[in-house]
Ligand binder design. Structure first.
Ligand SMILES: Cc1ncc(COP(=O)(O)O)c(C=O)c1O
Length: 418
């Protein structure tokens, strides 16, 4: 049983010690060491290029987290960065009024996203889902929300309820992905008070296996929304521009009333969108105030326009599917070869997850920790708690090395738990 040597993480740990006195918890939320494997993962990164990251101790990794999703081309993608730098230097990006790029981007989204007749531009995915909920409530004059998936950190939807008055989420009901009966029952009970059904059209529940829609599931939810007069919102923060240019709604052929986009659309620059059908979106013009100092900043718009231009010109999404297919084929073989490790692969080529819930439940955690520990020590940045992404700059040799490292790591787990 060959174990990979532990990484030198001295500088990361020193910086973390320092951070503990400066920032509550040292680093925020999903960047905390507890979300990875304590003592095995770096905590601070120094730089990235393409699909590779280097931490503050000089360890290099092939990365599959892609900044938790926004990096669709690669880190430090010159064409996008140059466009933004030019904008900043030649024209400026933060003004009292809006620059014209919002029209260009709204027009582009209208062209590529099936539901995007009109758009509102914000900064984060949480801004987007929260704005979508407010628009749906204003449009329908109802309060209840049915939700399925992670939709960000705001009061109405975060799982950790500390600091949130109950009344802010008591009208929000969760349902499981691919469980049409459950959402049907909820709508039978609350349909006439339901403003919105918000869901990820592709199933990526927190920490769990990913799911593609069962035949009829998305169509069934669409019908329920129509039957009860609720607004159907697809949260495509992860899937937009990754599964298809038009998101999961294009791939699966079901069109929502509102769509939330974020992450991959600007290769790392902060911008998110609520887009949707004109009649629903117009509620935001007449009944709501949605505004923030930084929403009109044009760095994000310019980055998004350039990113979309590259995605289209280079057929990036086709390339990502091809790369992902190659990797997933390799991973499937690895899993078959080391069945004793109890690993499973879920998801689709651009977004996939290796989980360990099969086999003896007493060793699930140990097998998972050992596998991802071996992988990070070998220089492959996945995490046990979140699926991986493929970006355009992953090359076949990078993916070949990843398969090889998975084979060795899975052999290690298989032997340790035999
Ligand atoms: C599906 C989905 N919706 C919404 C969000 C919230 O986005 P943000 O973290 O940019 O606020 C996320 C973030 O991971 C997400 O994955």
């Amino acid at each position: 049983m060959k174990e990979a040597p532990k990484l030198n993480l001295k500088r990361s740990l020193e910086l973390f010690e320092d951070a503990l006195n400066l920032v509550p918890g040292g680093v925020l939320g999903a960047r905390r060491p507890a979300d990875f494997i304590m003592g095995e993962y770096p905590i601070f990164l120094e730089y990235g290029k393409g699909c590779k990251l280097t931490d503050v101790d000089g360890n290099e990794y092939i990365d599959f987290l892609c900044g938790y999703g926004p990096i669709i081309l690669g880190y430090r993608e010159d064409e996008v960065d140059d466009a933004v730098i030019r904008q900043i230097k030649d024209k400026g990006f933060c003004f009292t009024l809006t620059q014209r790029y919002q029209n260009d981007l709204a027009r582009k989204l209208n062209e590529v996203i099936p539901s995007a007749e009109m758009s509102i531009f914000l900064k984060t995915g949480s801004d987007g889902t929260t704005a979508a909920i407010r628009i749906a409530r204003a449009y329908t004059n109802r309060v209840k929300i049915m939700r399925c998936g992670y939709h960000g950190w705001h009061d109405w939807c975060i799982e950790m309820k500390g600091g949130i008055p109950e009344k802010l989420y008591e009208d929000v009901h969760g349902f499981r992905y691919n469980d049409l009966d459950e959402i049907e029952d909820l709508m039978k009970k609350h349909g006439d008070q339901t403003a919105a059904i918000i869901m990820t059209p592709f199933g990526h529940p927190l920490h769990q296996k990913m799911e593609t829609p069962k035949p009829g599931f998305l169509e069934g939810v669409r019908k329920l929304a129509d039957k009860y007069g609720a607004v159907l919102v697809f949260d495509e923060v992860r899937t937009c521009f990754r599964l298809r240019m038009g998101g999961a709604q294009e791939l699966y052929g079901v069109t929502p009333d509102l769509t939330v986009l974020g992450k991959g659309m600007a290769n790392g620059y902060a911008i998110s969108v609520v887009a949707g059908k004109k009649d629903v979106m117009m509620a935001s013009a007449s009944k709501l105030f949605i505004s923030s100092t930084f929403f009109p900043n044009s760095d994000g718009y310019v980055a998004a326009l350039k990113t979309i231009e590259v995605l289209e010109r280079e057929h990036v999404i086709d390339a990502i599917w091809k790369k992902g297919d190659y990797l997933l084929k390799g991973i499937r073989k690895v899993i078959d070869r080391h069945q004793n490790a109890g690993a499973e692969l879920s998801g689709v080529a651009p977004m996939f997850f290796v989980t360990f819930t099969k086999g003896d439940p007493n060793t699930t955690r140990g097998r998972r920790t050992d596998f991802f520990t071996q992988m990070i020590r070998k220089g492959f940045f996945f995490t046990p708690h979140h699926h991986g992404y493929i970006c355009y700059r992953h090359t076949e040799p990078d993916l070949g090395k990843t398969i090889q490292a998975m084979d060795e790591s899975m052999a290690y787990v298989s032997e340790k738990y035999k």
